[in-house]
Design a protein around this ligand. Structure first.
Ligand SMILES: [Zn+2]
Length: 338
């Protein structure tokens, strides 16, 4: 089969690989009709994480189960499933507490930018639909696997409430999903920080009420002006740089939470500054499994359309073009047809 491998910074190839098979009795093999490229795939692509061995890329997935190991009981061949990018047993103390992304048996999904993928711990990781979803819902179901689940977690971690004033730092796919999530959670004012027209338009479509185009201190000053110098009730940090984190902290009002889901690169915190600022931080890899049943239901009943975040669709053999387009910010998020 044709699958995506990364050999080094800027070097992504679709190449012939062996088909995956069941390795452990808790595995499932699924057939993906679509896959996608994640913003976090760009960190190794840009050389931020050194690559010591070729990487089987792709961790966002949904599709039809084709084979299960002997111990799998909750899904069976022929069922349509969505899974989290974090593999979890969904039974350990951290899973029970709703933090499946810190599961005692946590693994990170790999190899999903391919037509077939192996999902470990299938019972704890996958959620099946009751019937085969219609094709037009596939992009939105695929989004639930990571990008939507991560935006949702950012809003959940930031404790967005009905009536909240929310700031979203970052206009990538996750930030846009954060806007959609804050809207679903009843925020009355959602301020998206973005300087790109296409992304601003999508943010407004997803429920943003205001756009701030300035960055850094100028962006914070604009936000303060909008909130009578108080700051936001909840802040979603969806980038992961030193500058974006500082912007998020400075936008948050005392007593509020910052949900941060951009993988931090070069971010450092000053203990005393945090102490006197009285702002909370909760982030990390999203426990998507906690939210999956609710998110899948919102998609299947057509209450949300997160699949709109895909603005470029390519066949898998053109995956290198897809990475380039996201790296150059020519595409928000790329869907790959396998
Ligand atoms: Zn667990």
């Amino acid at each position: 089969m044709l699958a995506t491998m990364m050999y080094g910074a800027g070097d992504v190839r679709a190449e012939d690989r062996p088909e995956p098979g069941v390795l452990k009795p808790t595995d499932a093999i699924i057939q993906l009709s679509a896959s996608c490229i994640c913003g976090s795939d760009l960190w190794p692509y840009r050389g931020s994480n050194p690559i010591t061995a070729p990487l089987a890329m792709g961790h966002e997935y949904c599709g039809v189960v084709v084979e299960v190991g002997s111990e799998v009981t909750s899904v069976k061949p022929g069922q349509f499933v969505v899974g989290s990018f974090c593999i979890s047993d969904n039974t350990c103390p951290h899973c029970q507490f709703g933090f499946q992304s810190s599961c005692e048996q946590r693994e990170f999904m790999t190899g999903a930018q391919a037509p077939l993928a192996r999902v470990p711990l299938a019972d704890g990781t996958l959620v099946a639909t009751s019937e085969m979803p219609s094709d037009d819902l596939l992009p939105s179901l695929l989004a639930a696997s990571d990008v939507l689940g991560t935006g949702w977690y950012a809003a959940d971690a930031a404790r967005v409430q009905p009536g909240s004033t929310v700031v979203v730092v970052g206009d990538g796919a996750v930030g846009l999903m954060g806007v959609l999530s804050a809207k679903q959670m009843g925020a009355s004012r959602i301020i998206a920080m973005s300087r790109h027209k296409a992304r601003q338009d999508l943010a407004l479509e997803f429920g943003a009420t205001d756009i701030i185009v300035e960055r850094g201190e100028a962006g914070v000053a604009e936000l303060k002006k909008m909130t009578r110098n108080v700051g936001a009730d909840a802040v979603l940090e969806c980038v992961g740089t030193k500058e974006s984190m500082q912007q998020a902290l400075d936008c948050a009002r005392p007593g509020s939470m910052i949900g941060y889901v951009g993988v931090p690169h070069g971010v450092e915190f000053d203990g005393q500054q945090l102490f006197f600022a009285q702002k909370g931080l909760l982030g990390g890899p999203a426990p998507v499994r906690r939210f999956l049943p609710q998110l899948m239901d919102l998609v299947l009943t057509r209450k949300i359309n997160p699949g709109r975040v895909f603005d470029l669709e390519l066949p898998l053999e053109d995956v290198a073009h897809g990475y380039r387009a996201m790296d150059q910010r020519e595409a928000i998020k790329v869907l790959l047809r396998t």
